[in-house]
Design a protein around this ligand. Structure first.
Ligand SMILES: [Fe+2]
Length: 288
């Protein structure tokens, strides 16, 4: 972790146990702002790095690092996200999965996120870029550009400079972690990854708070890379084990260990589009 000497380091000493932290994930706990006081969660708003008690990096927040015009352009594009997050029940929260009612009002046969839950949730999410789908027939490696990318190719093209700028921030500030991720990405065929980056895919969320979870779509050796767009308050990302949350705003980048339990507080005001940049697990097996 040859983090730049200019980044202030904060060493975390007060944590929950692994079991206590995992319980947040197992319950798909939806964080409330009142939890900050109840759980003693502090909010990070300034540039700096948080170091876990074992010496590993939890996260680094880089303030005002992106070009404002690029961010505003990206916001215009990505705020068009309109997908339902029903395929990721782990981010919606406790009780999201149930036997849904069919249109005729009869109880359905499949466990899925109930339509009634989706209406209350209100957030929109979708994937941009390339993806390896895991529910394909045995022996078939199913890879494609995502449905959103296929239907709105201009959005993907237009946000490319913004994605590549964020990639550069990752490469500059966490060179070792970036190199590990890039070494994996170099094994992926050219037309299955985002050009000139260590990413294959963006997960885009609009006013969509996430229940406590760990990321599981990305490669294990990767580090989470996130940025937000819009004009909003609230929606801080929280790592309950470390009793800390981070308010990352447009033009900021947060690089975080997203394999630790995390979730977001609700948006209290405005519109927030957030973006997770990652490398899809198993993507190197995609045919060229
Ligand atoms: Fe996440």
């Amino acid at each position: 972790m040859p983090l730049s000497e200019h980044i202030r380091r904060i060493h975390i000493t007060d944590t929950l146990s692994d079991e206590e932290a995992l319980a947040f994930k197992e319950r798909k706990y939806v964080l409330l702002h009142s939890d900050k006081k109840r759980l003693g969660i502090r909010t990070m708003r300034n540039q700096g790095a948080l170091i876990k008690p074992d010496g590993n990096l939890l996260l680094v927040l880089l303030k005002d690092i992106l070009d404002q015009d690029l961010c505003e352009d990206a916001h215009k594009q990505l705020r068009q996200v309109n997908g339902e997050p029903s395929n990721r029940p782990e981010i919606i929260g406790e009780g999201a999965m149930m036997l849904d009612a069919n249109k005729d009002g009869m109880v359905g046969e499949q466990m899925r996120v109930a339509t009634s839950v989706m209406k209350v949730y209100g957030g929109k999410t979708d994937f941009l870029g390339y993806y390896r789908y895991k529910n394909s027939a045995p022996g078939v490696v199913h890879c494609d550009v995502t449905a959103w990318t296929k239907s709105k190719p201009d959005i993907f093209t237009n946000v490319m400079p913004w994605i590549q700028e964020i990639n550069k921030v990752y490469q500059t500030f966490l060179p070792e972690e970036y190199a590990r991720q890039k070494a994996y990405v170099d094994r992926i065929p050219e037309d299955r990854k985002i050009p000139k980056t260590a990413f294959t895919t963006l997960y885009v969320l609009k006013n969509a708070p996430t229940a406590c979870h760990t990321d599981d779509m990305d490669i294990r050796e990767g580090f989470g890379c996130m940025a937000s767009l819009g004009l909003f308050s609230g929606a801080e990302i929280c790592f309950p084990k470390y009793k800390v949350c981070v308010d990352y705003q447009p033009t900021d980048v947060i690089l975080a260990d997203v394999h630790e339990v995390h979730g977001n507080f609700p948006v209290t005001e405005g519109e927030r589009v957030s973006c997770v940049f990652f490398c899809r697990e198993g993507q190197h097996e995609c045919p060229a």
